[in-house]
Structures are given as C-alpha cells and as structure tokens.
Design a protein around this ligand. Structure first.
Ligand code: ADP
Ligand code: MG
Length: 588
C-alpha cells in the first residue's frame, strides 16, 4: 500500500528518478550527450577540415599517423568527416524536429481550442500535408532548397507536423471539454489560462516522447537523402560517407563501417530513449479523469486493486466522444460503468448506435484516432487501460484479451490461406515454432467443429462459408487461452441456423477455458441463451445491469421492458430474424 501511495503522489521529480533508475535510459542519454558534444565541438577537435583532401591519403589504412581512421576515396580524413557528420546530423535533427514541434503544437492548440472554421481548416490543411509523398517531395524540391540540407529538413519538419498536430488537438479537445465545467467554477481565472496550464501538463509527456522518435527519423532521412546523392556534396554526412564507403568496399572495407556504426548507434539510442521516456512519463501521467484532482489519485489507486480483485474487467464512468466539425465533442458513450467477473459471460445489449461497439473498442484499445476518451477508467485484471498507447496495448490483444468481430469474412485476408493466417496469429501470440503452431491450429480447427481441418487449413477465405469463417476466427481468438473474449455481434452476419451453433460453441469454449466473455449484441434472444449477466445500453448509457434471470423476470427500466416485449412479439421476431427463442421460454 505504501508503494502505491508513493507512486501515486509522484509528479515531475519521480519521472526524472524513474529515468535515472532505468539503465536503458541512462546509457542512451550518455551516448546521445557524448555524440552531441562531439558534434558541437567538431570544429574544434577535428584535426582536419571535412573536405580537406590530400592525394597521398587516398584510401589510407586505419592507423595512419594523424589519420586514426584512415583516408577516404578523395584523400579526406575519415575521423574528421565523422565528427562533422555528427554535427550535420544534430543540426538536421534539431531543425526537422523543431519545425515539426512548433508547427504541430501551435496548430494543435488552435485547432483544438477554437471552434468551427478554424478547426475545419487546420484539419483540412494537415490532412492534405499527410497525403504528400514525403521523400519524393524532398527530392523534387531540390531546385527550391538549392541542395541545402537545412532547407530540406525545414520542409521535412512540416511534413512531420501532422502527427504532432493530431496528438495535441485530441488532448486539447479532451481537456477543454472537461474544463468547461470546472473553469466556470473557478472565479477569476480565465478559460484560456486554465486551459493553457492543464493542456501544457497533459501534452508535455506525449510531445517529449514523440520528439525523441522525430529526431531519429529526421537524422535517418537526412542520411538517406545524402546516401542517394541528394543535396550538396560538400556537406559531410553519414549518408555521403556510407555511399563513399560502399564504392570502396573491396579496396578499403572498413570505410563504410564507421559512419554506419555511428549512425546506427545514434538512431538506436534515440528509439530506445523514446521507449524509456514513454515508460517513465506515461507511467506517471495522471489519467484524464484525474486532471486537477491529484489528491484523489492515491485513494483511487488503492481502490483499483480491490476492483481488480473482484472482476476481470471493470469499466467505470467511461466517456467516449468524437469531435464534431464545429469543434464541440459529441459524446457517444456517456458514463458507462460495467463489470465482467472472471469466468462469466456478460451480455452488452442495446439498439444499434447505442455505443456498444465503442465500449468494446475502447477496451481493446482500437478506437479510431479521432476518438477522445474524455474520462473514465477501464481496469483489466487490475491494470488501467485508459491512456495506454497502441504499443502498450498490443501485448494484451490477442493474448489476454481476444476479439471476435461481427463480419468474419472481412477480417480474413483474401490473399492468404486460412491456415497461414492462423499460424501467424498463434506464433505472434505464443511465440511457438512453425510446426508446433500448425499442429495447434489443426487441433483448434477440429475443436471449433470443422470436419476436415486439413482441408480448411489449406483453403483461401473465399472457399469457405461465413459460418466456417467465424469458427476459424473463434479458433484464432481462443488459441492463446485468453482471460477475456470480446465478441461484437459474432452471429449477426450469419444464417439463423448457423447462429445457434456458433453460440453453442462459444458457450462450450467459455466454460472449457473458464474465459470471461463480453458478448455485444442487439439481440435479446442471444443474451437469454448464453449470458450470465446483462447490461442494457441506450443512447450511450447503461440503463440496467444485473443477473440475466433477474432482468428477464423483473425488468426495471422502460427500455429493457420494451426490448423484452419486442422479442416476445411474434412479428418483431420475424422481421428481425436472429432470435433463438427456444431457451428463452424456460427463463421467462
Ligand atoms: P453500436 O451500439 O451499434 O455498436 P457504436 O458503438 O458503433 O454503436 O456507435 C455509437 C455511436 O458512435 C454511433 O452513434 C456512431 O454514429 C458513433 N460513431 C462511431 N464511430 C464514429 C466515428 N468514427 N466518428 C464519429 N462518430 C462515430
Ligand atoms: Mg456495433
């Protein structure tokens, strides 16, 4: 508990402490600092000019007195050129990243804060920029930049800006919406000032992380262009040195080694540092719901553990919104709280458009980019999922949390065999050998009721039926023995007879593997068949939640009663085909 308290109270200081405790961060920071220093001091420490050539030194070997790394094809000192290349890379990285940050952050703040026209136009401009073929553009614009790499990096910075813009704009939208209420209460402080303070706090982490990756990619692109010979030949650069080294590979094999190693060391350090920063900053980042309420965090963290012990999935007060063209947020999930106990099947029912899929997507971490989680918490096995990046979600998806989609066919790649896709999935999730994965897939196909597993294994998606495709996807989903299976309308696209079989299969697998299942459906009949508990959703809110039997016997909410009576109404059953009413009779 003490540890929880300490980490909850952590702020700026603990980020630094976390970084210093992470060997990966310390090593990469040291490497990058040394490189930066070498780059800054290149003019002072380099024994020779970068383009100063001496005919006696053409391809001089390593260790030639005064030329520790030897000479290149034009008799220039490789060591000096290396130092100047570091300088070039540092300048390129700073210009590209600086421009991307200035343009992206400014536009993100403006686009997120001001309404209507401003947002629509920034959005339009940045979408347009994103369609530009970046590298090609940089090459085509050579006449404009005059081959000056600094001008090229300036343009590249603009091309990188949309990524930053998106991050900032989404954060601003989320914070702004939340602060409208608070800001009104806080007398004397202007909206803009509060917003600025909060936004800067929220935006800081993601921007620092993004910057590390941006510097890496700017340097890589600058070197790539120089390697291709784009730009002035006078400028010393890793790319130019590597190209020259390649030309002399047979005469002086070490020449290309030095610039490659240095470039590799710098970019690898930047990427690894970016990852460390992400761990440090995002670990300590306050959750969106906790902004401005730091003192509440400690108590909440403790509560999280309790909640995690009670249910596998615990969604609380989740609000998901999409920015409207006028800049306002349109809330499509409005304060959903939902728990799925371990090993139980929870049915999420509601009419189309009520926010069921959005809730499921948020849990899987696959909401579209423009979606904003305004507030709320999603605890999976005691761990908070809200605020996680895609990279942090990926280890969970397909292993601990599996997913079965509504449209089985569109989730299989038509150009690969069923078997190849399943084997790939199993290997990604479990890291087994190809042979083991194949055996496992064949066994799974048999288990999900496919008569001739070998034949289905070798079939292409268009060669199998929809029901078969759904069985295949179920096999893929349960391969890793997930703790939670999220099935979003898994039977809606199938024939009525096949639907019942698939539901039976799901129920069997659920008890066999003791999985928790979140079954999303608009069909109350399906729920009656397989669910232990039900949550009823309407217009983004949960209106009723409880044991299936209790809800069927004594529905409380008007909407639930309406849904219930509609499935018992013969006419509705006929117009809305999927409804295995058989078992329902027993329940009601
Ligand atoms: P359902 O309960 O049928 O699964 P969804 O969760 O898919 O409903 O959708 C809930 C609401 O969210 C709908 O009104 C839909 O219009 C809206 N919505 C879904 N995706 C987007 C999006 N990318 N942009 C804006 N609104 C969206
Ligand atoms: Mg849906």
């Amino acid at each position: 508990m003490q540890a929880v308290d300490a980490s909850a109270r952590s702020g700026r200081i603990s980020v630094r402490r976390k970084l210093l405790r992470d060997p990966q961060a310390v090593i990469t920071i040291v490497i990058l600092a040394v490189m930066l220093l070498l780059g800054i001091l290149a003019t002072v420490i380099a024994p020779h000019g970068p383009n100063q050539s001496d005919l006696h030194l053409v391809n001089a070997p390593v260790g030639t007195p005064g030329y520790p790394l030897g000479g290149d094809e034009s008799g220039r000192d490789i060591f000096s050129r290396l130092l100047y290349s570091i300088q070039t890379a540092a300048i390129a990285g700073m210009i590209g990243t600086g421009v991307a940050l200035v343009v992206g952050v400014t536009a993100g703040l403006i686009g997120g804060y001001f309404g209507r026209v401003t947002q629509a136009s920034t959005e339009w401009i940045f979408s347009l920029i994103m369609t530009f073929p970046g590298l090609l553009l940089l090459i085509i614009l050579m006449p404009v930049t005059g081959g000056d790499y600094r001008a090229t990096m300036l343009i590249f910075g603009v091309l990188l800006a949309p990524g930053i813009y998106r991050i900032v704009r989404n954060l601003v939208l989320g914070v702004k919406n939340e602060l409208y209420v608070d800001a009104a209460r806080v007398a004397g402080l202007g909206n803009l000032r509060i917003l600025g303070r909060h936004v800067l706090f929220v935006v800081r982490g993601p921007i620092i992380i993004a910057a590390a990756f941006l510097v890496g990619s700017t340097i890589a692109v600058q070197s790539g262009l120089a390697f291709l010979g784009v730009g002035s030949l006078e400028v010393p650069s890793f790319g130019a040195m590597i190209a020259s080294g390649f030309r002399n590979l047979y005469i002086a094999p070490t020449q290309f080694l030095w610039p490659s190693l240095t470039l590799g060391l710098i970019t690898a350090s930047l990427v690894l540092l970016g990852n460390s920063l992400r761990d440090a900053l995002e670990g300590a980042k306050p959750k969106p719901s906790k902004i401005g309420a730091g003192q509440r965090v400690a108590a909440d963290e403790i509560e999280n553990r309790d909640r995690g012990a009670r249910s596998l999935l615990d969604i609380r007060d989740l609000v998901i919104a999409y920015p409207r063209p006028d800049g306002q947020l349109n809330e499509v999930v409005r304060g959903v709280s939902l728990t799925v106990p371990r090993g139980k099947v929870m049915g999420l029912v509601g009419e189309s458009g009520s926010g069921k899929s959005q809730t499921a997507f948020a849990t899987l971490g696959v909401l579209p980019n423009e979606a904003v989680i305004v507030r709320g918490s999603i605890l999976f096995d005691g761990e908070e999922l809200v605020g996680r990046t895609d990279a942090q979600m990926r280890p969970l998806r397909g292993t601990s949390i599996a997913y079965i989609p509504q449209e089985p066919m569109s989730n299989l790649d038509p150009s690969f065999t069923v078997g190849a896709q399943l084997v790939e999935g199993v290997r990604a999730a479990l890291g087994t050998s190809k042979k083991e994965a194949k055996d496992r897939v064949l066994a799974l196909l048999k288990r999900v009721g496919i008569n001739d597993p070998a034949r289905t294994f070798g079939s292409y998606p268009h060669q199998i039926s929809g029901g078969m495709a759904q069985r295949v996807l179920i096999a893929g989903a349960v391969a890793s023995r997930p703790k939670l299976l999220i099935a979003d309308e898994p039977t809606t696209a199938l024939d009525v007879t096949v639907q019942a079989e698939i539901l039976d299969l799901l129920r069997d697998l659920q008890s066999e593997l003791n999985m928790a299942v979140l079954l999303v459906t608009h069909n109350f009949g399906v729920v009656a068949d397989v669910c232990d508990q039900i949550a009823v959703m309407q217009k983004g809110e949960i209106v009723e939640q409880g044991e299936t039997q209790a809800i069927f016997e004594t529905p409380q909410h008007r909407y639930t009663k309406m849904l219930l009576s509609s499935i018992l109404d013969e006419d509705t059953v006929r117009t809305d085909p999927p409804a295995p009413v058989t078992k329902l009779g027993g329940v009601v």
